[in-house]
Structure formats: C-alpha cells, structure tokens
Design a protein around this ligand. Sequence first.
Ligand code: ADP
Ligand code: MG
Length: 703
Amino acid sequence: MSEVFNVEEIFAKNVFTIGKMKQRLPRNVYKEVKKVMDQGGELSLAAADVVAKAMKDWAVENGATHYTHWFQPLTGITAEKHDSFVTHPDEEGKMLMEFSGKELIKGEPDASSFPSGGLRATFEARGYTAWDITSPAFLKEAATGVILCIPTAFCSYTGEALDKKTPLLRSMEAISEQAVRIVRLFGNTEATKVVASVGPEQEYFLVDKDKYLQRPDLIFAGRTLFGAPAPKGQEMEDHYFGVIRERIGAYMKDLNEELWKLGVSAKTQHNEVAPAQHEMAPIYETANIAVDHNQIVMETMKRVAVRHDMRCLLHEKPFAGVNGSGKHNNWSLGTDNGVNLLDPGDTPNENIQFLLVLACIMKAVDTHADLLRQSASDVGNDHRLGANEAPPAIISMFLGEQLEDVVKQLVETGIASSCKEGGVLETGVSTLPNFEKDATDRNRTSPFAFTGNKFEFRMVGSADSIASPNTILNAIVAEAFCEAADVLEKADNFELAVHDLIKEYMTKHQRIIFNGDGYSDEWVLEAERRGLPNIKSMVEAVETLTTDKAVKLFEKFHIFTKAELESREEVLYETYAKTINIEALTMIDMASKQIIPAVVKYTKSLADTVIAVKEAGADASVQAGLLAGVSAKLAETKAALGKLQEAEDKANAMGEGRAQAFVYKDEVKAAMDALRAPVDELEMLVDKEVWPYPTYADLMFEV
Ligand code: ADP
Ligand code: MG
C-alpha cells in the first residue's frame, strides 16, 4: 500500500481560502474583501496591498517563487505568464520578495497573440487581466516550481471581453438581479442575490504513453484519424461501472489527491461506457468557480497521466466506433438564503414559484435553443452530437412523468390539481428495504433534462470550457425572468396574473418538451414538424450569436456587445479551420510518410512470395489474391490522398472566415473521411508487424 493521506487535512491545502484570509488579514481588511466578494464593487488599493502581502507570505511559506494572473482566453484553455516575487536587490545585495496590491488586482500580459477576432489590432495590443476576487487564488505545483495562480478576467484596453470569464461573470450578475425580482414577487425579502451553481461531470480516456507517442494523430489532433475497429468494442457493456484496473486506480487516487489539495471536491469516479474511458464528477459550486475548477480538473488530469506513463485524452471522439466523451453540465439557481429555485418540493403543482421558474426556463430554452446548441459546439463535438451516443443536435427538454403531467394539466385546464407521486419500490426480497421511488425516472437521451432539483445540460463537449454554456443558460433565463417580472410587478391581482403567465408560457413553449427517445430517427422528423432547430455542426451554429434576437438579449443584459459577438464568431471560424487544417495535414503526413511506404513494402514481400511459391511449383493463388486486394486499396489510398491534398490546398489558400470554415467542413473533412476508409481496410489486410501504428485494440485494451 502506498502512503495514506488524510483528506480533511489536505483539502484546499494549496488554496488561499476565505478561511486563510480571515486568519491572516486584519479584521477591517478582511471585512472589506468579504464585502466585495458578496456584493461586488472595488477593493481599495490600500486593502489590496495588505491582501497581496498576506497572499504572498502564505505562498512563499509554501514554496512559491512566482505568481501568475491565470486567465481563460478564447483558445478554450488557460493561459499564464509567470513573474517571480524577486525585486531589485538593495545596496548590500540583499533581495526581498515582494508582491503589491496593484500587481494583485491588475496585470498586463503582452497578449497580442491571443485570438481576439479583430477586437485588438496587434499595434494596440494592450490587454488587461483583472482579479476575480470571488474565485480563490491557488498554488500550482509544477516542474517550474510552485506558482501562485490568481484567477483573473481578461479584457482589452477599451474594456471589451477577450476571454470566457468576463461574459460569464456578467451573466451571473444578470441572472442574479432578475431572479431576485422573481423571488421578491413571492414575498422573499431576505434574499439579496441568486447564485447559479454548476456541477460538471468530466469524461476522459487514458492511453499508454509509449503507444500514444507512436501515433502522430493522437499527438497533433488529440484523436485517432485512422484506425480499424478492434474485434471487441463496448458491446458487452462490461466496462461501464466495471472494476477499476490497478493502473487506472492508482491514477485516480493521485488525481483525487491533487484535486483535493486545490480545493476541487472530487466526488465520484467510475469507468465509462467505452473501453479506456472514465469519469470524474466534483460537487457542484458557484458557476465561475466551477468553471475555473473544471479547467484545473482538465489540466490536472493531463499532468497526473504523464506521471503514470499514460496520456489523458480529453477529445470528444478519440476513437471511432465507440462512445466519445462529454461533460454533463448540471445547473441550478439558489438564493443566498438557501432556496433552490429548481426544487419542486413534494407537490410541484402547488409550488407556484417553481412553476413560474419552470415556465420561464421552458420559454428561455425554446426561444434560444439555437444559442444553447451553439454554446455546446466545438470541433470535436461535431463527432458526437446527433451520432447516437450523445444527445442529438436538436435541443429539447425532458421533464419526467410527474412534471410533464403537471404542465399538461396547466396547459389543458389552467389548473394543476393533482400530481403523480413516486410511490414505493418493492424489491421483493424480505431482507432488503423497500425504497421511496423518485417521481421521475431518468432519460439518458435528452440534451436538457430535469433531474430532481437541477437541469442537466448534456451536450457539452469533454474538452471544451463550460464557461459558454453557463453564460448562455444564465443569459437566456435572465431574459425570461425579466420579462415575467416586468408583467407581474405591475399586476393588480398577482395570483391571477401569475397563473395566466404560467399557462401562457407553458402553452406557447410546450413544443420544447420531449420525453421520448432522443436518439431515434422519428424524433428528428417530429422536431422538424415542431419547428425546432436542428443545427448539425459547429460552423452552422456560429451565426446564431449575431441574430437580432441574440444581440438584443446580450446587449440588454450587458453580457456581450455586438462587437464582442462578432469577434467571437470570427474566432470560432478560425478555430474550426485551424483545427481541421491540422487534422488534414496530420493525415497527409501519416499516409504519405508511414502508411503508404509500409504497404508498398508489404506488397513487395507479397510479390516476392508469389514468385517464390510459383517457382517452387505450388499454388500461389491465395498470395496473389491478397496482393491484388492490397494493391487495389493502395491505389485507392493514393488517389484519396491526392484529393485531400487538393481540398487542403484550396481551403488553405482562402482568407480566414466563414467561407473558409465551410470549405474545411464540406470539402476537407469529406476528403479526410474518404482517405480514412481505404486505410482502415488496409489495416485489416496487412501484416500487423508491418503496420506502423498501435491498433485500437492495443490502445484501448492494454492500458
Ligand atoms: P449522474 O452521473 O448520476 O448524473 P453524478 O454524481 O456523476 O450524477 O453528477 C451529478 C453532478 O450534479 C455532480 O457534480 C453534483 O454535484 C451536481 N449537482 C447536484 N445537485 C446540484 C444542483 N442543485 N445544482 C447543480 N449541480 C448539482
Ligand atoms: Mg455521472
């Protein structure tokens, strides 16, 4: 057994928690910090100086040499530039480590190389990072030493958001303000804010390092671009929740320890559906912290894998033919006096506040289904959504039997007089207890499912930041709350007005409810009949960001300006084009430098064999047949490679933007698929000894 650790002791050891601030800061400064955290506003420079010193002292005591403003540019990953605490030595050559309040609250990385979608010309590249005081600073223990990381938002000189964090924080303020209006209507005078909480379930694959390093596609693209299926896939359903193998178990133990030290409350772990696939879910927390923590989780997963001579694949579809990875984004709204707005209670039909909240969410999701879909799109997720393993690309809501029935009653009669109860689940074994059943079963195929006291948005990709989905959720629901509050605050008879509004919203937006099988072909047709959008790919989703409806929403709640939205569109098109470009170049490289030469050698040895066997006077028809088959596929491969090169040249020669992204999607990707097909067939024909790469079986079953 390796060393035992005490979880309570190590939890948040590397975080400058509010508790540590309380201990280390003078009372008045601590109170000022707490006030800004809870109510917003700005920290005085004097207070910031004191906080900075305390933070630095704590960090240095724990071995830190540098600090960094840790931020989340539009690349989807995090960025950091380290500065040491070292200052100019005094006359006697002695140096004191320092860190000022100014350095804590504001940074100016030379950030001209981050994608900004035209918001900043390179000659005026100023970008600022500003401390997000609500997300605690933490220590990262890396090969570079211990680094104090200060979570920040990243904005341009003129205040435009250049990151994923700023709009998220803006959306959290918007939903809080509007949701408080709603709870006030129901007599809650105590709540001062409403917090969006998020719990993201993170799926991932682990593969062996040595095998990974033999696959340029995994190295450059994070997914296999070639690969015939293994004889066994996931059809036996023996991996999901299966016994965790020793090597993976050791990894999970290490991962948990690292995450706990960083204050991430890693909670569940299990094997997922595909071979070599696993999942970790933390306990939910405030949206911006959950977003930061999810970035930490992804980074830590990769770092710990290296330590175990493995590599962690976060790509949405590392392997064709088996499940890919997603990130279920569990989301709810709670007041600061402890009320979960999404908790229906035992009798939802009598819980008017809940029904209004539900009606507003139905309205929000139906009105802005396109935006939600967009928020979950990234290049890798195009392989999953609608591919019968993940939710379809169509947004719909699952409410479960109990709520669906309540909505139905309200829509049909205006009154919900009854509600279905869960009842008792009888186990039929006298020594086992009978359970109180939940009133609702689960539906795994729905992209947006009500799960008891939260919604689970299941479309999000495993490699993607969860900032955008939560920004959109907050924004669209804030709008619906605002419109409802505008009506209800003016109503003479509140009871009547709220009743009418719930009925109106539910009736108008009931088309978004779907409780059936989201993977079925019938649903695609049914959704079309209902007029629900079915946006099939990332590039097709991009322009949902700048429809009149979207611009109006985002500007009204100060979440994005039109210029920010347009810049994001540009970044998305560029990201798409660049990603497919890398994949195409990698395929061209692999096919021309390794696959074709290997097959050519193999055909030579087959040809030699045919001649030798014939000379020896035996029947060489099997060898000759094999040679003919392999040669035919080789010719197909060579032709497909030429076509891919042509498509790639065409796309590459175009200017960046929408048109180029579409050529990558429609022509380059199609040519990539056409090249993959004969190569995967060749892999099945050619001697394994000759094949230049570890196979799917090697990668997925021998970790
Ligand atoms: P399952 O896989 O069964 O859906 P998991 O336990 O893997 O469930 O993950 C559920 C996630 O939902 C966890 O991160 C959990 O903390 C989170 N969660 C639970 N309640 C809420 C809530 N009220 N708001 C947001 N997230 C929640
Ligand atoms: Mg789970």
